[in-house]
Design a protein around this ligand. Sequence first.
Ligand SMILES: [Zn+2]
Length: 67
Amino acid sequence: MASQPCDGCGKQVPVAGGVANLWTLEKDTTGGIELELVDGTDQFLCYDCIERLPDDEEITADHVDRL
Ligand SMILES: [Zn+2]
């Protein structure tokens, strides 16, 4: 299984690898998702970090830096 470092906490997060798995349900094996922020950047975050992000604000790279 592939892994990718979380942009918030730096933890290695398992990700479902390969194009073949892209459209299948891999929630059990993927520990994070790629978020596109309002400033246009992409950040890969684990679910722990996603839960710590405010849900009443638009998420920017500053939020990710403060995780
Ligand atoms: Zn994280």
